[in-house]
Design a protein around this ligand. Structure first.
Ligand code: HEC
Ligand code: HEC
Length: 462
């Protein structure tokens, strides 16, 4: 009898949940129907360890799990120079030897250049645009400075980073030290072109990307339309970028300026530009057409098999999002209220739904909390790289998804924030906000010490 009752209530629960899932618009009005910890909907995992970004979503089918594991293996594989029986094709010039050397534990990395665990790379271009409206490649260097090379090839240049500390003082006497980076190229293998522009970028986390990929284009466009219609200072816009595989212009959602439209292209371009590895999507070596290339032996065919590129793409598509912690702690709840009050949520949009995906149910029709609008925003002169990337100008950056941000210390040992890892604390990251985010940042600086700590506590709970 009891058993029947339990089964009946379980069925009722399943029924109700199914109803809620289907009635998105109604459910969106009522937050109480949902567990706020489930940042990635069904693709959420409960893990607070250093491996919290490295889990596949649960209930993955046998075959999908197999492909995920294969992709995982390749993601952490160190590639070597050709000729090699396995994992050859590195370089001849590159930035690092494996995906995981930059994306530590599938998260961020270290904002340095030239060491084994260095995760910062430097984009380069000259004024003007390429045939598809993208960055204009720098003659002899292409779109990215490859600062390491295999034997017999010269690195394109050496990148050095210097920081100048500037102290910020709050009204209550508390201080924070902000470090402003400057980047210099030296030892270039040939003269650098006049007027070259650089964009420093550190590796962002790679979990939750299948959900990001499944947010309907109309949703992202609606955020831009709302910004344009509103009277406020926030004027985020979409970035439309060229997809070299489909050969179409598409909505950008990956990369720090929303400069890539698809995960497949993002992964193929990482292989090609960051490691010098060719694939069916990026057929040419990163040095192709450059003076050093003729001296390099090229083997027939691509460096990685089609199935390998697809597996690594599926790996990043299927990494789950870690659940929130401490959601009912008073400081966290206070911080969450302030996050809305300061209009941080004007760009870091908390809640949205993914579209229907018939092959991957864990990513389909999910209520997610990525804390981004995937738009690019003017963030002011302090954060500017002054290098346009399609329709993202030299002051604009994609709103960083904040999910998982409280676990960066766990996954990376030392956390770093912002596109070039200049911020060492969440507080520093907020203080760097300028441009469209200046009013939010200014309001943050006027909060009491306790309230400032509450905002940080909220971020740490994500
Ligand atoms: C030299 C360091 C480095 C290496 C090696 C590297 N990445 Fe990245 N990765 C980055 C940086 C920097 C970005 C941001 C790029 C941009 O803004 O265009 C990035 C972005 C990404 C993104 C998009 C994330 C997002 O939120 O939009 C994915 C996915 C990714 N990398 C996967 C890979 C894979 C797979 C590999 C190995 C094949 C790899 N990366 C190798 C540094 C690296
Ligand atoms: C106008 C849009 C906008 C507003 C408003 C805004 N942000 Fe951001 N936020 C961004 C963008 C864009 C970035 C990426 C900047 C960069 O990397 O240089 C970012 C980055 C961050 C980061 C660093 C994330 C990381 O992993 O590196 C944190 C933390 C953050 N924002 C918190 C906040 C808080 C708290 C507020 C409110 C006080 C706020 N933001 C208001 C757009 C905004």
């Amino acid at each position: 009898m009891k058993k029947v009752l339990v089964t009946a209530s379980a069925l009722l629960l399943v029924f109700c949940c199914t109803m809620c899932r289907k009635a998105n618009t109604a459910a969106q009005q009522n937050d109480n129907n949902f567990d706020p910890r489930l940042s990635g909907g069904d693709a959420t995992v409960f893990d607070i360890s250093s491996g919290s970004f490295s889990n596949p979503y649960s209930d993955m089918g046998y075959w999908d799990a197999h492909i995920h594991d294969l992709g995982d293996k390749v993601f952490s594989q160190v590639f070597v120079a050709a000729p090699a029986p396995y994992y050859g094709g590195l370089g001849p010039a590159y930035n690092n030897t494996s995906c995981t050397n930059c994306h530590h534990n599938d998260g961020i990395g270290i904002p340095t250049v030239g060491q084994a665990s260095s995760s910062l790379l430097m984009r380069i271009s000259i004024p003007g645009a390429d045939a598809h409206g993208g960055p204009n490649p720098a003659p002899g260097f292409g779109g990215q400075v490859q600062n390491v090379a295999v034997y017999g090839t010269q690195p394109e240049a050496t990148v050095s980073i210097a920081y100048a500390e500037q102290v910020f003082s709050y009204f209550d006497g508390a201080t924070a030290s902000l470090r402003m980076p400057t980047y210099t190229l030296s030892g270039a293998y040939m003269p650098l072109p006049a007027g070259y522009m650089l964009s420093p970028r550190t590796a962002p986390p790679v979990f939750g990307l299948g959900l990001i990929e499944n947010i309907p284009e109309a949703t992202i466009q609606s955020f831009a339309t709302a910004n344009a219609a509103a009277s406020g200072i926030i004027k985020g816009h979409t970035n439309y970028v060229y997809n070299p595989y489909t050969q179409k212009t598409e909505l950008g959602r990956f990369g720090l300026k929303a400069n890539t439209s698809s995960l497949l292209v993002q992964v193929a371009t990482a292989f090609q530009q960051d490691m010098g590895i060719t694939s069916y999507v990026q057929l040419k070596k990163s040095l192709y057409g450059q003076t050093q290339y003729a001296t390099v032996i090229d083997t027939a065919g691509t460096d990685v098999a089609d199935s390998i590129l697809n597996a690594v793409t599926f790996y990043v598509r299927s990494l789950a999002v870690p659940a929130r912690r401490d959601v009912t702690a008073p400081a966290v709840m206070r911080g969450e209220a302030l996050f809305t009050q300061l209009n941080c949520s004007g760009c870091h949009i908390p809640t949205m739904y993914t579209g229907v995906n018939v092959t991957l149910p864990a990513l389909s029709n999910q209520r997610i909390h990525p804390y981004t609008d995937l738009l690019v925003h003017d963030m002011g002169a302090g954060l500017a790289d002054n290098r346009p990337d399609y329709q993202a100008t030299g002051t604009e950056w994609r709103t960083t998804p904040l999910w998982g941000i409280g676990l960066l210390e766990k996954t990376n040992g030392t956390p770093y924030y912002l596109h070039d890892g200049r911020a060492r604390t969440l507080e520093e990251a907020i203080l760097w906000h300028g441009g469209e985010a200046q009013p939010s940042r200014d309001q943050f600086t006027k909060l009491s010490k306790t309230d400032r700590a509450a905002v940080v506590a909220f971020l740490q709970s994500l």
